[in-house]
Design a protein around this ligand. Structure first.
Ligand code: PLP
Length: 343
């Protein structure tokens, strides 16, 4: 098991992928910042490049990291479009005018929750998928430790999970922020921070990436992760002993989003990618790369393996409040000050 602070300090990894050579009639380029799984980022870039002859460069990073990068580059934007990642930091970017307004002709084809994300941001972002938060666990490892799997948020505080839980660091990971915002909405802020402090005793690491904890469960490095449940399906299909559970008290969810970066040098190509990414054909690339979120276009088939969102007890996640710039920053800073600093 890795010490908590080592994992927290793990060197930031950014996969920068440039796709193969194009024929002579190349149609310019597009720089995609991608906060979905790298396999999906790459498949989307490949397919779009093939279809349009636009050269696509992809850089994969967590949702919080892309937001920080876009902010740092605001005077001289290097990215054109931000594809995927949890919705709260996309809403924060919209509020801070780091993303550009665009009303895609595809909006009419989307589920209400995805369109609402666009309306709420004054058309500076849009929902591309949804996914619920829960726990992943390794049944073999828990059986060896004689520990029954968790069923509820409150179970994660139990001594049987001492040093056995991973969640990501909310400074870099949108997934971890959804977890914190979920606990605050379920319990109220003060009890939520008492909960997060108590949980800290059982957490062995806060890795950078939202998918780090479930991958650690799959590899048998930790018994339990706090993750999106669709990520557990991906690991299970990869042949690893992974199960998931949705907490009994109810849980939060993400509206994975997409935004055009304000001042993008390749804005026309970014709009073309945006429209394309909302089509059923493009959205199916998620399932083809074993990503089982619920797609936002009503006509995209929901993968059979995707967790059934309508059977999950979801809270009425307040995206306007928890995606607001000041609130998101405040909660993450409070977590860092009061929880992450604990021994
Ligand atoms: N990977 C998958 C499969 C996701 O569903 C999400 C959330 O949108 C992310 C990655 C986001 O990663 P992070 O929590 O590192 O921002």
């Amino acid at each position: 098991m890795r010490p908590r602070h080592l994992a927290t300090l793990a060197v930031a990894f950014a996969a920068t992928l440039t796709l193969g050579a194009l024929p002579a009639a190349a149609q310019g380029s597009l720089n995609v910042y991608c906060s979905a799984q790298v396999e999906w980022c790459q498949a989307a870039a490949n397919a779009f490049q093939k279809e349009t002859n636009i050269r696509v460069n992809v850089s994969q990073k967590g949702s919080g990291e892309v937001l920080a990068q876009i902010r740092a580059e605001a005077q001289n934007p290097r990215g054109d479009i931000w594809f995927g990642g949890t919705g709260d930091p996309h809403l924060q970017a919209a509020e801070d005018k780091l993303s550009a307004e665009y009303r895609s002709p595809m909006l009419d084809q989307l589920h209400d929750w995805a369109r609402k994300q666009a309306e709420q941001s004054h058309y500076r972002t849009v929902g591309i998928y949804a996914g619920a938060m829960g726990f992943g666990y390794n049944p073999e490892l828990l059986a060896r430790r004689n520990a029954a799997p968790p069923a509820c948020w409150k179970d994660l505080l139990d001594a049987r999970f001492r040093g056995e839980i991973q969640m990501a660091n909310p400074q870099s990971s949108g997934t971890a922020y959804v977890m914190i915002a979920t606990i605050v909405q379920l319990m109220g802020e003060e009890p939520a921070f008492e909960y997060l402090k108590a949980l800290h005793r059982n957490v062995n690491a806060y890795p950078r990436s939202g998918t780090g904890p479930i991958k650690a469960v799959a590899r048998g490095e930790t018994g339990v992760s706090i993750s999106f449940v669709h990520d557990a399906v991906t690991e299970r299909l990869g042949g690893f002993p992974v199960q998931y559970v949705v907490p009994c008290e109810g849980t939060g969810y993400e509206i994975g989003s997409m935004s055009i970066i304000a001042g993008a040098r390749n804005e026309r190509n970014a709009r073309r990618f945006y429209d394309w990414a909302l089509t059923p054909a493009a959205q199916q690339l998620g399932a083809e790369t074993k990503q089982f979120q619920t797609p936002s276009n009503r006509n995209t088939p929901v993968p059979a393996e995707a967790p059934k969102m309508d059977q999950i007890r979801l809270i009425d996640y307040d995206f306007a409040k928890y995606g607001a710039s000041a609130e998101r920053r405040r909660l993450i800073e409070r977590w860092d000050r009061e929880v992450n600093s604990l021994p």
